[in-house]
Design a protein around this ligand. Structure first.
Ligand SMILES: [Zn+2]
Length: 551
């Protein structure tokens, strides 16, 4: 025994000195392309993959999974950072760490997040005392739109200040904008995001990083939370009243970084009228995650600051968010689990007060915001709206922030949806979102709400490859026989808000909008009003049914 102790002491000493050496500041840390080029260039696909491989060779705190294979055949990497690094999400059943997910480069001309995310991964895992990992598992997708990234050219996004060697393009290899694909899931990237990140790892928070084109101000990193009021309201108010003010404080005090909410002047002639962000539709990933009862952040960086400043301020935003999540992990996990429970409870027996909004209006949140901007010169254009030009004269604007979306028109929330249409894509999409879908195994005669289509509109121009449809009409109660095989979607499930958003006929981002039901909506030979092929069951009913699987 004594002999063993005697021998083990030098062994332990050797182990610690080796590990201290391998993570010490004296060792050369791998640099990103942005850093090694003095911020004149951004990483290509192979650069990102090589950087990840180098990190893997230096640390056991990182694993890599594949989110998807892009349309042009590139594997899109997902970094999993933890201590211990989980071998699968099942490992997290045995501890209480929270999963936080940062994604960058969804628009591959907007590259600060890609560089900041690589630096962040490196700095966490190669730190002598890796921060955050006692309470958090950090997932990072630095290169979400790998195909767009490979089209780097100095001619892309010429309005932004660097990197001078150019950036990629907005679209993926299918010419789709991935930040419009949150509901229709037509790209392998967003399908992979929903299945292999959101459903598989169930992150408590998602951040989607972009670069903006818009109003002039001094602050470089901006943010806004999930905005759609069909998401759980406690999460929206937590983000606006507590989480982001807390992150702002950390950014200012610890990282010397001023953050402001993402948005633009609503009226450049009268800037103090208000500041307004992107809309609330869940086709935007940062809004979609809110419908899933998880926290979402859209990060937009300021294009007119130099590239190095943009990357470093974006890095500071990421760090501030991780600091906040680390300090408030239990509160965040409790909040999202309560939101899930409330959603399931509502679906079990919906009341008259439970609603789904089909149209929205927006009003300011309680707190006014202050932005360090500039006096602007207004130039009239022949496009019908004025253009603003920044002067050198600084000016601080304090104004209302129009980000509180609320229902303008709504319908009551049902117990479940019965789908009569034989549209395989509808079943497939519901399952891709992770929604529980069942089918009747015996015919059932039920009292349901049927939607009569009164008005159909198609968009004049194609958008994301679609001539979008919208319908108006009304629900009427009727008795109806549903055959065995009818699909049933219960709202007593955590993803009920996503299901309702897809299935409600007047929803502004559902199956109707994206043309899944077109052939059921337009009268062919008869002039009779069309009945939308999804019926609503309003009260709990016992049904003989079984779960439908993807394969
Ligand atoms: Zn963008």
């Amino acid at each position: 025994m004594a002999k063993c102790n005697h021998l083990c002491i030098p062994m332990i000493f050797l182990f610690f000195s080796l590990s201290a050496f391998s993570f010490s500041h004296t060792e050369k840390k791998p640099l990103t392309v942005a850093e090694s080029s003095n911020f004149t260039a951004t990483s290509r696909y192979d650069d990102v993959i090589n950087f990840i491989r180098e990190l893997q060779q230096k640390s056991h705190l990182i694993r890599v999974e594949t989110i998807c294979v892009s349309p042009e055949g590139r594997e899109v990497p997902l970094l999993i950072i933890g201590d211990p690094v989980p071998s699968s999400p099942l490992d997290l059943n045995y501890d209480d760490r929270a999963v936080i997910y940062f994604q960058a480069n969804i628009h591959a001309g907007e590259v600060e997040g890609k560089e900041a995310a690589q630096m962040l991964a490196r700095d966490i895992i190669l730190s002598e005392h890796p921060p955050y990992l006692d309470k958090l598992v950090v997932l990072i997708a630095p290169l979400f739109n790998a195909d767009g990234n490979e089209k780097i050219s100095p001619n892309n996004r010429r309005n932004q200040v660097g990197p001078e060697n150019g950036v990629g393009i907005r679209y993926n290899g299918q010419n789709l904008d991935l930040n419009r694909d949150g509901m229709k899931l037509e790209s392998p990237e967003v399908q992979g995001l929903v299945q292999n990140v959101m459903t598989r790892w169930d992150p408590a928070l998602l951040l989607d990083s972009h670069t903006h084109n818009g109003s002039y101000h001094e602050e470089v990193a901006t943010y806004v939370w999930s905005l759609n009021p069909n998401g759980d309201s406690s999460l929206i108010s937590y983000m606006s009243d507590k989480f982001m003010p807390g992150v702002n404080k950390i950014a200012k005090e610890k990282y010397n970084t001023l953050l402001i909410p993402h948005g633009d002047f609503m009226d450049v002639r009268n800037p103090e009228k208000g500041w307004k962000p992107l809309g609330p539709q869940p086709r935007y990933i940062s809004n979609y995650i809110g419908l899933r009862n998880r926290l979402g952040i859209l990060n937009e960086n300021y294009p007119y600051a130099d590239f190095k400043t943009r990357v470093l301020k974006c890095y500071n935003l990421f760090s501030s968010i991780l600091d906040y999540c680390h300090a408030n992990k239990d509160e965040i996990l409790k909040l999202i689990s309560k939101a899930d429970r409330r959603t399931v409870q509502r679906g079990l027996n919906p009341s008259k007060d439970d609603i789904f909004a089909t149209e929205f209006d927006v009003r300011p949140i309680k707190q006014k915001i202050t932005i360090h901007g500039y006096e602007m010169e207004i130039i009239d254009t022949d496009r019908g709206w004025p253009r603003s030009k920044k002067t050198d004269r600084k000016k601080t604007y304090t104004m209302p922030f129009y980000s509180d979306y609320f229902p303008k028109k709504s319908v009551s929330f049902p117990y479940g949806y019965l789908i009569l249409a034989r549209v395989p894509k509808v079943k497939e999409k519901l399952l891709q979102h992770g929604i529980t879908v069942e089918k009747l195994v015996k015919p059932a005669k039920l009292t349901v709400e049927a939607f009569t289509v009164k008005e159909i509109k198609g968009s004049q121009r194609a958008y994301q490859g679609h001539y979008m449809s919208s319908i108006k009409g009304e629900y009427n109660v009727e008795e109806k026989e549903f055959p065995a095989g009818t699909l049933f979607v219960t709202t007593a499930q955590p993803l009920a808000n996503v299901a309702a958003y897809l299935l409600e006929p007047e929803s502004d981002d559902g199956f109707v909008v994206w043309n899944f039901f077109d052939r059921y909506l337009v009268p062919q030979w008869s002039r009779r009003p069309q009945i939308y092929p999804v019926y609503r069951l309003m009260k709990p009913s016992a049904l003989a049914k079984e779960t439908v699987r993807m394969y």
